[in-house]
Structures are given as structure tokens and as C-alpha cells.
Ligand binder design. Structure first.
Ligand SMILES: CC(C)(COP(=O)(O)OP(=O)(O)OC[C@H]1O[C@@H](n2cnc3c(N)ncnc32)[C@H](O)[C@@H]1OP(=O)(O)O)[C@@H](O)C(=O)NCCC(=O)NCCS
Length: 170
């Protein structure tokens, strides 16, 4: 799978991406908006593990955001099970040096279409931390709607705050 867009390309991770992943992922400003399983500091071994994990996961729903041949971020969706089998959670991050150019918005629009077109999904959703105005904007621009404020749902870096739930229905 490869989606060629205007500002970036979405493709699978591959050996050789390690250095670029570390360069872009080893950043507290990225980590602050993600779950704690995202490593900080982010080492070469973390990048190797990540590439391997994405290669072993089936179906393949996790992609590198590629700018000029370099993996500078990640975007993907996680299909839920049991009664939630037609729902998936989307997630993404981008290296800070690439912020503010519309890359995440373009990637999320394309990923959303890809997920609905190729999987039996009717609902894509994301949980955003209260302080993450940028990601809220990205979700809005990609056609996701605000559904709920989950009060005091998240504790990140010692701060307990609300989480906003955004979703897009097919
Ligand atoms: C969220 C993230 C992926 C956005 O990537 P990006 O490519 O810079 O996003 P885009 O350029 O497509 O869009 C950013 C939008 O947010 C807006 N924005 C930026 N800072 C803002 C702020 N403080 N308040 C409101 N809007 C803001 C920008 O103006 C832009 O909107 P516009 O096009 O209407 O002007 C990137 O910041 C990131 O990786 N953050 C850390 C990880 C993360 O938050 N992941 C998502 C978890 S839910």
C-alpha cells in the first residue's frame, strides 16, 4: 500500500527508517500528546522495535508519513474487537520540524478514506488531550466531529485533564 499525496506519501515502515524515526520521534513536544507507551527518550532500539511491530501486525493499518523519502511521522488506525468491530481508533504524530504545513491534515484525510474504502468500518475516532488545540484542528479539518468531553480522563506528565472525543462516521 502506498498513498501518494501532495505534501507527503503514506507507506509501510521499512528497515532503513530507524534514523529518521529517532530524529523526529525523540521529542518531548511529540510525546506530550501521545500515550505513555510512546518512548521518551526515543532510541534507535525503539525505532527498530517499532518497525518490526508494524511489519508483524495484521491487517496492516499503520503507515509512515514520508516526506522526501524520509519517515518523519506515523499515522494509522487500530480496529477494535467484539461489539466494536466496525470501529477503529486513529492515531498520528509528526516530527516537529514539519509542523504547520498541513501535512497531518492531508495524511488524516487520506487515511480516513483508505480505512472506509478498504475495511468494513463505519466509525473512526480519536481521543485528544485538552491542551492539544493543533490536533483538534486537524481532526476538524478532516471532517471529524466533536462528540464528548471525557472529564479528567487523562493524566499525562503529571497533569490530569479532560479528553475530547472526535469521530467520523462513514
Ligand atoms: C498534531 C500534529 C500531528 C499536527 O500536525 P501538522 O502537520 O502540523 O498539522 P496541520 O499543519 O495539518 O494543521 C495544524 C492546524 O492547527 C492549527 N493550530 C496550530 N496551533 C494551534 C493552536 N495553538 N490553537 C489552535 N489551532 C492551532 C494550525 O493553524 C492548523 O490549522 P489551519 O490550517 O486551520 O491554520 C502535530 O502537531 C504533532 O505531531 N503533534 C504531537 C503528536 C500529536 O498531537 N498527535 C495527535 C494526538 S491526538
Amino acid at each position: 500500500m502506498e498513498l501518494i499525496l501532495h505534501k507527503c506519501k503514506l507507506r509501510y515502515f521499512k528497515e532503513g527508517d530507524e534514523e529518521s524515526i529517532v530524529r523526529n520521534a525523540n521529542n518531548k513536544n511529540v510525546w506530550m500528546n501521545l500515550r505513555n507507551f510512546f518512548p521518551c527518550p526515543y532510541t534507535l532500539q525503539d525505532a527498530k522495535n517499532w518497525i518490526k511491530q508494524t511489519q508483524l501486525t495484521e491487517p496492516k493499518t499503520i503507515f509512515a508519513i514520508d516526506v522526501n523519502g524520509k519517515a518523519v511521522g506515523t499515522i494509522g488506525f487500530n480496529i477494535k474487537d467484539d461489539v466494536f468491530s466496525r470501529s477503529a481508533e486513529v492515531g498520528y504524530w509528526l516530527g516537529e520540524e514539519h509542523w504547520g504545513k498541513g501535512i497531518a491534515t492531508e495524511a488524516l484525510i487520506a487515511l480516513t478514506k483508505y480505512a472506509f474504502d478498504n475495511f468494513d468500518l463505519v466509525r473512526l475516532y480519536a481521543g485528544v488531550y485538552e491542551w492539544n488545540k493543533t490536533s483538534i484542528r486537524v481532526l476538524e479539518k478532516a471532517g471529524y466531529s466533536f462528540e464528548a468531553r471525557l472529564r479528567k480522563a487523562v493524566t499525562k506528565n503529571g497533569v490530569t485533564m479532560d479528553e475530547f472525543l472526535f469521530a467520523k462516521i462513514k
